[in-house]
Ligand binder design. Structure first.
Ligand code: PEP
Ligand code: MN
Length: 358
């Protein structure tokens, strides 16, 4: 068995798209049962309830999950409300406990996918399992690492596999907690059309505002499902409070998603795909321009403090020559690049003039 020969029959048992919802973390039995009850009421489209039992946190001494007791709460959620259940596993002990508690879907978090030793350990402890395993993208945009993780799982006879796009971290702050990389995710989809791909708008956004848009983009480009965080009292959540929404808000969000008509895959899907990629690049262009202007601002202050002229002809000449050289290398017309850089330079000068005036 290899990745190309995997079949995606496991996802066919669910209504499409597949929605998975529930709190970032299991906190208490009450929180789990109340969230589940309200999810059940607010939407009839959610077959799977998620909750993190072991939480990988960036810094030590925070809440790191309730541990195995949370598995018994997941079991209750299943018994009382009929949800299938999902949790994150990050080592062999987690796998053993989750299998013993009969959790239906296990996911591997972004911080585990980056580590081949961790993945190998998880894969071996799952050997031959029929469970559904969802692999989140690694924290860094490395398609080979993501695929490598799947290969390790397939190597241990695990064949109910899917992936989750949860975005990629970057040093520069942006509007997203983890920047989506639609190009990479679509490359994955193109290479492995047989492996279901879900989106996790919660960890991409890090806030509540853009969840709807991100989920919609994913469906527009043919994703198979959405995993999203929902908490009965989001503001008081012990982890990821800013991005969680209550079950009623989630019900509205799901009801507002426009589903792609599967019979018009051709022209419209192709267009949507290209437009998504263009918007993604436009976003990156704007972010990079904003970073550039911030540096210009700093230079403006230095010039002011040292009484140096704003316009430096030598420097401008260097920038233009460099841009022209790159234009040639990348096959863009010299005229186009000249216009763009003139405009960027003018704006920089304007920003620095403003600083001098202040
Ligand atoms: C999560 O789903 O709660 C989680 C920790 O996600 P990620 O691995 O994407 O950070
Ligand atoms: Mn979370």
């Amino acid at each position: 068995m290899n990745l190309q020969s995997l079949d995606n029959t496991w996802i066919k048992q669910f209504p499409q798209p597949l929605y998975i919802a529930g709190p970032c973390s299991a906190e208490s039995e009450n929180q789990m049962l109340e969230t589940a009850a309200r999810l059940k009421k607010s939407s009839n489209q959610i077959p799977v309830f998620r909750a993190g039992i072991w939480k990988p946190r960036t810094k030590p001494n925070g809440f790191e999950g309730v541990g195995v007791i949370g598995l018994s709460w997941l079991k209750k959620v299943k018994e009382e409300f009929g949800f299938l259940t999902a949790t994150e596993v990050a080592n062999a002990h987690h796998v053993e406990a989750a299998l013993k508690a009969d959790v239906d879907i296990l996911w591997i978090g972004a911080r585990s996918t980056v580590n081949p030793f961790t993945i190998q350990e998880i894969a071996e402890s799952l050997q031959g399992s029929e469970k559904i395993i969802l692999v989140k993208n690694p924290v860094n945009p490395d398609l080979a690492l993501w695929v490598g993780a799947l290969e390790r799982l397939v190597g241990q006879g695990i064949h109910h596999l899917g992936v989750i796009h949860r975005g990629f971290s970057s040093y520069q702050k942006s509007q997203y907690r983890n920047n989506p990389n639609w190009q990479l995710a679509l490359d994955f989809k193109q290479q492995f059309p047989n492996i279901p791909i879900l989106v996790d708008p919660s960890h991409i956004c890090g806030n509540r505002e853009n969840l709807q848009d991100i989920a919609q983009i994913a469906l527009n480009v043919g994703y198979h499902g959405v995993m999203i965080e929902s908490h009965c009292d989001p503001d008081k959540a012990w982890s990821d409070a800013k991005q969680q929404i209550n079950p009623e808000t989630l019900g509205t969000l799901l009801a507002n998603l426009k589903l792609r008509k599967s019979n018009i895959l051709g022209f419209e899907e192709e267009m949507e795909r290209h437009r998504t990629l263009i918007s993604d690049l436009d976003f990156q262009l704007i972010e990079i321009l904003a970073q550039r202007m911030k540096i210009s601002e700093k230079i403006g202050r230095l010039k002011q403090e040292n009484n140096v002229m704003i316009f430096q002809p030598e420097r401008w000449k260097f920038i233009q020559e460099y841009a022209q050289e790159k234009a040639q290398e990348t096959g863009m017309t010299s005229n186009f690049i000249e216009k763009i850089f003139k405009s960027i330079h003018e704006e920089s000068i304007e920003i620095q003039n403003q600083i001098m005036k202040d």
